[in-house]
Design a binder for this molecule. Structure first.
Ligand SMILES: [Zn+2]
Length: 492
């Protein structure tokens, strides 16, 4: 229903554009230029417009009114505001399917990296309504969330953990009554317009295969994709991939679309084989997709189940862990201490070779897994998109620019548009689409965020528009604007 409404709005916006053109031509006594200067709210002039859906890659001007793209023209356009994009790429705004940090600090870092829509889909939320309400009218960029199995399990099983479970929700099998409660919370979230379902069997390790399959069944009823952090590969067990098989099976059985998150880390030694298997499953008609971020280190909660039993590791293991709050490498003693007090830890997650394979595969979408808190966190939050465009596209030349943009824009929009039809108007530069647009210098774009300074904004991203409003201007964040809107599925 909401989808239809939005489509009608888009058509109406197109009709208004047309009506204005007629008015322009029929007003006598005014010069053409004077009238034309009133035409569009914003014009992005003479940029290299790249649209992965149509394949358009040419110098064009984009006219924007009412938050929508109203024209894409090879002729000159005039607007109330004109952005000179000569020599710059004009692309659809990047859609990040995996962004945990959902506050002003995180939205600023995302916008500076070209992201116009940031979605918390892996972990998701338990109370969908209050999550959306809290951001209404206050967000720099568009925002959205999934109905999360992890937080639902934490609510029902009274887990004391923060973002991720550290108590019963991680370590205890749910009773049949608890599973019913968890499923009904996930279903309630979907009825309230959650854009997907989030799962992390790696973090809810005591959840049975049956419980996971049940969650997929609920998602299937609502055509919602399941965004899953699959169970970890046991180190040294190349060729074994039970966590991968669990979710492929659940998707095949239930019919729910499956999206495996950050395959470059959870794939472990099997990344290349898992990419091959996803491609084969797609040939067989399964709706399976995946994503990747361009870093060899990961970050997660030290109290999560991923670290169960790690206190017995060799000394070298602890030294490989980085505590971003202080910048220290851990020891056996500090690991035990932080495991009690809690917090985020940065850990080696895969080899450069496997990360490169995942980023360069045409199958993967780019998604950051970002999370910053008071300037501390992982550089992927602020640097993922510029890193792919600067490092892989320009420096290494292992990805062509259009393919890279497709992985950041059209593919994530298509992943969600069956469930949330508003995404049919995102991830594209065409008439009627939302004016979420990123304008960058392909010769200069580069990530600047590091493990030591994760909040350093990317360079070369010159203008970012969210619903037609500039949130980055001349390479600088704009203060005091909140054009971000809810990215949400129809409420039923
Ligand atoms: Zn994850």
């Amino acid at each position: 229903m909401l989808g239809n409404h939005l489509q009608k709005t888009a058509l109406a916006a197109g009709a208004i554009g047309l009506a204005l053109t007629c008015v322009t031509l029929s007003i006598a006594g005014k010069t053409r230029a004077t009238v034309a200067s009133e035409k569009y709210d914003v014009v992005i002039a003479n940029g290299r417009v790249m649209d992965p859906e149509s394949g358009l890659d040419a110098v064009r001007s984009v006219g924007i009114s009412g938050g929508k793209i109203v024209t894409v023209s090879s002729g000159a356009l005039a607007g109330k505001t004109t952005i000179d994009a000569k020599g710059l790429v004009v692309a659809p705004g990047f859609i990040d399917l995996h962004q945990h940090g959902q506050d002003a600090e995180n939205y600023g870092a995302k916008a500076a990296d070209g992201v116009t829509t940031a979605l918390e889909l892996e972990v998701g939320v338990a109370d969908v309504d209050s999550w959306y309400t809290a951001r209404e009218g206050k967000a720099l960029i568009n925002y959205g969330a999934s109905a999360g199995h992890i937080p639902a399990r934490m609510v029902v099983m009274h887990d004391p953990g923060q973002l991720l479970p550290s108590g019963d929700a991680a370590h205890r099998e749910a009773t049949p009554a608890e599973i019913e409660e968890i499923l009904s919370l996930v279903e309630k979230g979907l009825r309230r317009g959650a854009v997907a379902v989030g799962l992390g069997p790696a973090y809810t390790e005591a959840a049975t295969n049956w419980e996971i399959t049940q969650v997929f069944r609920v998602a299937a009823k609502y055509h919602a994709s399941c965004h899953v952090h699959i169970r970890s590969v046991i180190p040294g067990s190349e060729g074994h991939f039970e966590g991968f098989e669990e979710v492929i099976a659940a998707a095949a059985i239930s019919g729910a679309p499956l999206h495996i998150v950050h395959i470059q880390s959870t794939g472990g030694p099997n990344v290349v084989h898992e990419l091959q298997m996803i491609s084969e499953a797609r040939v067989r008609g399964m709706d399976v997709t995946t994503e990747s971020y361009p870093y060899t280190m990961g970050m997660t909660s030290i109290q999560s189940a991923l670290f169960d039993g790690k206190e017995n590791e060799a000394d070298g293991y602890f030294a490989s862990l980085l505590w971003p709050a202080t910048g220290e490498h851990l020891t056996r003693e500090s690991f035990a201490r932080y495991r009690k007090s809690g917090g985020m830890v940065i850990l080696p997650s895969n080899t450069q070779e496997n990360v490169d394979a995942a980023i360069e595969s045409p199958l993967t979408m780019i998604a950051s897994d970002g999370h910053l808190h008071e300037g501390k966190g992982h550089p992927r939050t602020a640097g993922t998109y510029a890193r792919v465009l600067g490092h892989y596209v320009r420096e290494k030349r292992t990805l062509d620019l259009m393919t890279a943009l497709r992985k950041m824009t059209l593919m994530p929009a298509q992943r969600l548009e069956k469930r949330a039809p508003m995404f049919k108007e995102k991830g594209r530069i065409r008439v009627g689409a939302d004016a979420d647009i990123t304008v960058f210098d392909p010769e200069r774009i580069l990530d600047k965020a590091t493990y030591e300074k994760p909040l350093q904004y990317s360079e070369g991203i010159q203008f970012v528009l969210v619903n037609g409003v500039a949130v980055v201007k001349d390479g600088k964040l704009v203060d005091g604007v909140f054009p971000g809107r809810a990215a949400r599925a129809p409420i039923s």
